[in-house]
Design a protein around this ligand. Structure first.
Ligand code: ZN
Length: 238
């Protein structure tokens, strides 16, 4: 499959092991000469995502041999201190619910700004000039630190603060969930979509007991519902 032209720039992908960041990793592997990955361990209740990261990286290298030489080191940063600030449903046993301000209580205020700052510092050390993240305005407009304008401002602030040009790429920013499935299909065909279904993790409850046509999960939590609806819309539109 003819991909985009590969540039000599090197990228760092914010990679959680979920669907969105896996598609972002494939996107980066299709266009950058070297791609490293970064995960954050912030005391998630469910460590399944962190296990999925390793599996997804391995499967991408096995199933897409032309990407394998470009896939560089994986990094995992311990940000467990976020638990001291967040008091959110992902790091404590509180139920996931919408708060009065319209944001789900899984939201750690400004979390994405912190992630990007740590990512930029690591990228600087590693000689990587592009940060790639799965932030998306279409489905997560409730997260102000994932919006396009916020990320453009971060790109300027980080480039100035590090005195080096740094680009933040967000290939999913204006895509619907159905379009994210379509992008995976475009990047790696049925094999990549099958990899996403089989090996990535989305469910807030950490449930991998039941396999649906869109992947594993409880099927009830907001993350599962979003993923299932996106998959159904993509299948219907093919
Ligand atoms: Zn779920």
């Amino acid at each position: 499959m003819a991909g985009p032209e590969v540039t000599g720039r090197h990228a760092l992908v914010l990679f959680s092991g979920g669907q969105d960041s896996t598609v972002c990793l494939a996107w980066a592997l299709s266009r950058f000469e070297r791609v490293e990955t970064l995960g954050f361990d912030y005391g998630q209740r469910h460590r399944i995502e962190l296990d999925c990261r390793r599996t997804v990286r391995r499967e991408l290298a096995v199933q897409f041999p032309h990407w394998a030489p470009r896939l560089g080191d994986d990094h995992l940063l311990d940000l467990s201190l976020l638990g001291q600030i967040g008091d959110s449903a992902l790091t404590s046993e509180r139920a996931i619910e919408m708060q009065a301000n319209g944001l789900p209580n899984t939201f750690v205020p400004g979390r994405n700004l912190l992630f990007l700052t740590f990512a930029a510092a690591l990228a600087y050390r590693r000689g990587l000039s592009v940060l790639v993240g799965g932030m998306c305005e279409t489905d997560y407009s409730g997260y102000p630190d994932c919006r396009d304008n916020t990320l453009k401002a971060m790109q300027v602030a980080l480039s100035l603060g590090l005195a080096t040009p740094l680009t933040i790429e967000t290939p999913l920013m204006f895509l619907t969930k159905a379009e994210t499935w379509a992008l995976a299909d475009q990047l790696g065909g049925a094999a990549l979509n099958e990899l996403v279904v089989e090996h990535t993790h989305t469910c807030y409850l950490g449930d991998r007991g039941q396999r649906h046509d869109w992947g594993y999960g409880c099927g009830q939590c907001p993350a599962c519902q979003l993923r299932a609806a996106g998959h159904a819309a993509w299948v219907a539109g093919r």
